[in-house]
Design a protein around this ligand. Structure first.
Ligand code: SAM
Length: 449
């Protein structure tokens, strides 16, 4: 197409028909073959969209008005920036996720001859998250609000009074703390000027233990510690993190325990685990159980294997498979998480699992030198997947089987492709819906040499 003549520019308003959904959840529309990714639109919609970014090969836009709604649309349950796919029936969400895993593996990874098993649907379509990170802001009257960023707007917050992804007890805790902040006259942090105090509120829950943790994240300033702590009751732990980070993050500040304990406890796969405030834990406890069950099934352990659990977090996967392995070696970047993993092994009387803090990129060779070559490697990396170098290191370690737990099929695909070039075969893959009402996709894959 003559992209020079009709390539849209930022700010342009276009009328577009959405024909599919892209990875990450945007609607896909075509202008004479030129692709426009449209946020807040689903297949079948005819929308007015405002262009936010324009490149040679594609543009990005946001739907500002629905001219003709798709026949697939259902009414949203709530205005919730964290649940963009709630306008699609749940069955349709599952179909799209299944198709996107298939497409990533076959088109991006050019993989073939594997079995794609049907997606495991979520047990709870709403109120499934055990952790929510809210942001503070102000409404147009200057009133303190707490909720989520408007998609694509780092400086604007939409108030959420009943977050449908959180449990009722977690919602009530947030509301009590926000009300107290209002009464105490605390100001939200202004993301443009860097002034103000209140940045985020993190509410975390042990879904099976009923425990609750509330962590207030602020900039520099004074806090009435007792007042804040009382407002959060009956939380099991109340924490205060101070940070001067420019980026919107709840990590790496200075954290102080205001009351109770800083270790949240949860039950998963029959284990009792402790989780440090900044350590990763799968956000959907119920579905994490199923995800781990699949990872364990795919590992096909017989009791004699040496297993590596790479990107092990607080050790959950390694500890779960440990009764069917000879030994488990876990590696994870975050020291707090490793301290939890060691503690969790002790708490569950597991004595064949060892955990080390280190960067997989740098420490994997060292681990192999120390522990010996693994029979089975389990990896569960962040969304960016494994770097090519890490894949080479895994190949060098030469496991018979690799179980890959992935939260992003578009990075799983090239990683699996690189492994198949080195002599592994992708055997089977199964998506698990950990994140209903959102475009996020989790899956487990197994490769064998
Ligand atoms: C998706 S989480 C998985 C954690 C764990 N397997 C679980 O199920 O709870 C990814 C983990 O990788 C860790 N991580 C990120 N980059 C890493 C690196 N370069 N080396 C080691 N661990 C890393 C993160 O801290 C996080 O705990």
């Amino acid at each position: 197409m003559g992209t020079q003549t009709i390539r849209p520019r930022p700010g342009d308003e276009l009328q577009l028909t959405i024909d599919s959904l892209a990875f990450g959840g945007a609607g896909v529309a075509r202008l004479d073959g030129y692709v426009v990714f449209v946020a807040d639109a689903v297949p079948g919609d005819r929308v007015l969209a405002s262009v936010t970014k324009s490149k040679r090969a594609y543009a990005e836009a946001r739907a500002t008005d629905i001219v003709e709604p798709s026949a697939q649309r259902i009414p949203p349950a709530a205005n919730h920036p964290g649940a963009p796919w709630q306008v699609l029936p749940y069955e349709r969400q599952l179909e799209v996720k299944q198709e996107q895993v298939q497409e990533a593996l076959t088109r991006l990874g050019r993989l073939e001859h594997f079995t794609l098993e049907p997606i495991v649907p979520a047990v709870e379509p709403w109120r499934y998250r055990n952790k929510l990170e809210y942001s503070f802001g102000a409404d147009e009257h200057g009133r303190l609000i707490c909720g989520f960023h408007v998609p694509g707007r780092w400086d604007q917050v939409v108030e959420v009074t009943d977050c449908l992804l959180a449990s009722e007890q977690a919602n009530a805790a947030r509301e009590r703390v926000v009300q107290w902040c209002r009464t105490a006259g605390l100001a939200p942090y202004d993301r443009r000027s860097g002034e103000g105090f209140l940045r985020n509120l993190v509410v975390r829950e042990g879904r099976r233990t009923g425990q609750l943790q509330v962590r207030l994240v602020t900039g520099a300033g004074r806090l009435d510690r007792d007042g804040c702590s009382r407002a959060a009751q009956p939380a099991d732990g109340v924490l205060w993190t101070r940070t001067d980070a420019v980026a919107e993050t709840t990590q790496h500040g200075q954290t102080e325990l205001l009351s109770g304990t800083d270790r949240l406890e949860e039950e998963i796969g029959g284990l009792r685990v402790r989780i440090a405030p900044e350590a990763f834990f799968q956000t959907n406890t119920e579905m994490a159980d199923q995800l781990y069950g699949l990872a364990s099934e795919y590992a096909e352990l017989s009791g004699f294997e040496r297993v590596y659990d790479l990107y092990c977090g607080i050790g959950t996967i390694g500890l779960l498979v440990s009764p069917r392995a000879a030994e488990v070696w876990g590696l994870e970047l975050q020291e707090d998480a490793i301290a939890n993993a060691i503690d969790n092994a002790r708490l569950n009387e597991i004595d064949n699992a060892r955990f080390f803090a280190g960067d997989v990129r740098l420490a994997l060779r060292e681990l192999t030198a120390r522990a010996g070559n693994p029979d089975v490697v389990i990896v569960d990396p962040p969304r960016a997947g494994l770097s090519q170098k890490v894949v080479r290191r895994v190949i060098e370690a030469s496991p018979r089987r690799i179980v890959y737990v992935s939260c992003n099929p578009t990075t799983l695909a090239p990683n699996a492709a690189q492994l198949t070039e080195a002599g592994y075969r992708l055997i089977r893959v199964r998506p698990v819906d950990m994140f209903p009402q959102t475009p996020h996709i989790e899956c487990v894959a197994v490769l064998e040499r």
